[in-house]
Design a protein around this ligand. Structure first.
Ligand SMILES: *Cc1c(COP(=O)(O)O)cnc(C)c1O
Length: 363
């Protein structure tokens, strides 16, 4: 068996050690004679599994006591509706920071439920984030929504924006667990799990207690955060395999030294690729250096006629899924936690070799 380096934006590579453990105990979990995907979600072993996963997650992110954790069987996108359904709290308007494809989609969906104030937008120049001093925030907004890492554009907030007392809501689908985080700065954090910590099918939500209990009257019961919290994410049948796998990943992250250590490795991996791109006269990344993502790195070739050859040659070298998103074009390398540093080294080496073999040296 040969594993290759998969640069997909999601579903994406998962830690090999975790995959091996899941494989080894798949048929007989904890000597039960059953698989973890066959046991009842109402059984004590499953309840323990979920509690342990939450415990490890709280350890990793140092989640304060007044926050609840929800493991929700839903796509990340469901939050675009669930957030206004649950967090308006009698208010009629919410602020959105539009920095790319995902945050834009969140704002569009929000319009079904409330008056959306786009407090800042980069739709005319997707390669940067408008300065905080230009944001038109509304002090009466129910919340401020933003996307910490725009997976498609490769644009990331280097820090957490200050929005005063209005609860800050963040889509961290492609950046949660990639670096340390001060959870206390947020009203709500959510992340679809298929980018950086588990197979697809689940979204993790961390929500501050005082924001709960105000769902709009028509909110479906299964989409009410309060119901999920009251039932410890077991109101309905959860995505058991994703819960289990996420729990294993949290233990793996702790073994790696926690998020501070992971962040160091992630920064080193990203810096290697950016450094190579920047000194090259064939590859470019056009994102404002202040806002470059450490998870998703788009780049383009000076001669787009070579894109197909590049992708084909990369495949031959065991480097896959480098094609950029159809809305952006070019290439994109996603370097989530599970991408080993050797994968980045292999990519850089390949990119170098590609220019030597296919590019006219007079460029
Ligand atoms: C992938 C992604 C989503 C969408 O995830 P789904 O689970 O497919 O809905 C939302 N936001 C961000 C930032 C993403 O990267």
């Amino acid at each position: 068996m040969t594993r290759i380096y998969n640069f997909s934006a999601g579903p994406a590579m998962l830690p090999e050690a975790v995959m091996r453990q899941a494989q080894a105990e798949f048929l007989d979990w904890q000597s039960s004679g059953m698989s973890v995907v066959e046991i009842s979600h109402r059984s004590k072993p499953f309840e323990d599994l979920l509690q342990e996963a939450e415990h490890d997650l709280r350890d990793l992110l140092k989640v304060p006591k007044n926050y609840h954790v929800i493991f929700l069987a839903a796509p990340a996108r469901a939050q675009f509706a669930m957030i206004p359904m649950n967090l308006l709290r009698g208010k009629t308007t919410a602020d959105y920071i539009d920095t790319g494809i995902w945050s834009h989609m969140a704002a569009e969906e929000g319009k079904k439920y409330c008056e959306v104030n786009v407090a800042a937008s980069n739709q005319n120049h997707l390669s940067t984030i408008p300065a905080r001093s230009t944001w038109q925030l509304n002090p009466d907004a129910a919340y401020v929504h933003y996307t910490s890492n725009e997976t498609i554009n490769g644009l990331e907030f280097p820090g957490i924006p200050d929005v005063g007392n209005v609860p800050l809501v963040v889509d961290m689908t492609s950046s949660l667990f990639s670096r340390t985080l001060d959870v206390s700065r947020f009203g709500l954090i959510y992340a679809g799990c298929q980018k950086n910590f588990a197979p697809s099918g689940m979204t993790l939500i961390i929500v501050r207690e005082d924001l709960l209990g105000n769902a709009l009257p028509f909110t479906p019961t299964v989409l009410d955060y309060q119901i999920q919290v009251d039932n410890h994410s077991l109101y309905y049948t959860p995505c058991s395999f994703s819960c289990y796998f996420a729990g294993l990943t949290f233990k793996w992250l702790k073994q790696q030294g926690g998020l501070a250590e992971i962040e160091k490795i992630n920064r080193r991996k990203a810096a290697k690729l950016y450094h190579y791109i920047d000194q090259s006269n064939f590859y470019t990344n056009s994102i404002d250096p202040t806002y470059r993502s450490i998870m998703n790195i788009p780049f383009s070739l000076a001669n787009p006629d070579l894109d197909q050859t590049f992708l084909k040659e990369a495949e031959k070298n065991g480097l896959t899924n480098l094609k950029g998103h159809r809305l952006v074009g070019g290439m994109r390398a996603s370097l989530y936690n599970a991408m080993p540093e050797e994968g980045v080294d292999a990519l850089v080496e390949f990119m170098q070799g590609f220019t030597e073999e296919f590019v006219n040296t007079s460029i």
